[in-house]
Design a protein around this ligand. Structure first.
Ligand code: 13P
Ligand code: SF4
Length: 341
């Protein structure tokens, strides 16, 4: 394919299926096979543009299989993407995920251009709290350090002492060396962390609009109906978590599968996560409630292509916010990934 072909609307051409034979075989296991020929021209054009631009594409585990397996160079949970951005050599990063993830990449790689294919890809947790809310919390609890979940805006991160993800929340909280910590904004993750530490947590009332939909009754019904083990993300309610065989972050769920090798598992989390794991664990039968994150699903092959073609939707953050948010993110990176599985 030449440069001008890559810039035009991608169209099917003979030979494409052969060129991408291993990917076609993989995708046909993960999505309906009739979708694959529709995606392939876009995947091909994106890979071409990516090379021309010297870009790196990072994709979160909740991205659709055609993005996760088709065009991403780096994949993983929000901690893995933050770590990759901090270590990235490329000058251009396309973040296939939600806005707070692209902001974290920009804060950790401020000299790089970070593009988000759809700037409206938000998060109910990130929009549940503002920088002013954090200042008010600090005023109410003087001297108490603030640990914020990565699912927050850059402005909230700048008001925080440290950031965590679900992969290291307990360890980051304990690394503060305080008897009491303000933990925000996810109340369910906060309760789950509180159950694993002696540190007293002051919580905010945010929830994830996807994980908050699951109920304990549904989990019990799923277990009976499918005779299955159940794993759940700690953004689910405490009642749901109490019904699960394992509770863990996006990455911990993958390690649990490796260790337990269950015949069948119900994934109480975002639906694409199970789609992407099916490639790694073909012997496992996944029961996947098709709860999709509407924000994650704003990212498509079409808008990835447009953003690389037109170099559009750049993340910009005021330098003073970057400096303060960076200090909080650096504390998280110093703790790293230390889950107990
Ligand atoms: P991870 O930190 O596990 O990647 O999760 C991010 C997220 O948005 C979960 O809903
Ligand atoms: Fe935010 Fe929930 Fe979507 Fe994750 S799944 S990005 S926490 S709304």
């Amino acid at each position: 394919m030449n440069h001008s072909t890559a810039l035009a609307t991608p169209r099917w051409r003979p030979g494409l299926e052969l060129e991408y034979a291993p990917l076609v075989e993989k995708l046909e296991q993960l999505i309906p096979c009739m979708e694959v020929p529709i995606h392939l021209p876009w995947i091909d054009a994106i890979n071409m543009l990516k090379q021309q631009r010297g870009a790196v594409i990072m994709a979160h585990s909740y991205q659709s299989p055609e993005i996760f397996h088709g065009v991403a160079d780096i994949t993983g949970d929000s901690l893995a993407l933050a770590q990759a951005a901090a270590d990235c050599d490329a000058d251009l990063i396309v973040l296939c995920g939600v806005h707070f993830m692209a902001e974290s990449a920009k804060i950790l790689a401020p000299d790089k251009t970070v593009l988000l294919p759809d700037l409206e890809a938000g998060c109910s947790l990130a929009s549940s709290i503002t920088a002013a809310d954090v200042r008010a919390l600090r005023a109410r609890h003087p001297g108490v350090p603030v640990v914020s979940y990565a699912n927050t805006s850059a402005a909230v991160k700048a008001e925080s002492d440290a950031i965590c993800t679900s992969a290291n929340a307990v360890q980051v909280v304990e690394s503060m060396g305080a008897a009491k910590v303000i933990f925000l904004p996810d109340q369910y993750l906060g309760k789950w962390v509180a159950g694993q530490t002696d540190v007293e947590l002051v919580l905010w009332n945010g929830t994830c609009e996807v994980h908050d939909q699951f109920t304990a009754q549904q989990v019990r019904h799923t277990r009976e109906q499918f005779d299955t083990l159940v794993v759940a993300h700690p953004e689910c309610s405490p009642e749901v978590l109490a019904e699960a065989d394992f509770v863990g972050s996006t990455s911990a769920m993958g390690r649990w599968l490796e260790k337990v090798q269950p015949a069948r598992v119900a994934m109480v989390t975002e639906c694409s996560m199970a789609d992407n794991l099916r490639d790694q664990f073909p012997q496992v039968e996944f029961i996947k409630p098709c709860n999709l994150c509407p924000h994650m699903k704003r990212i498509t092959l079409q808008n990835i292509h447009a953003c690389l073609r037109d170099l559009q939707h750049e993340i910009t953050i005021a330098p003073e916010v970057v400096t303060r948010a960076r200090a909080a993110l650096d504390r998280m990176l110093a703790v790293g990934r230390r889950e107990r599985i």
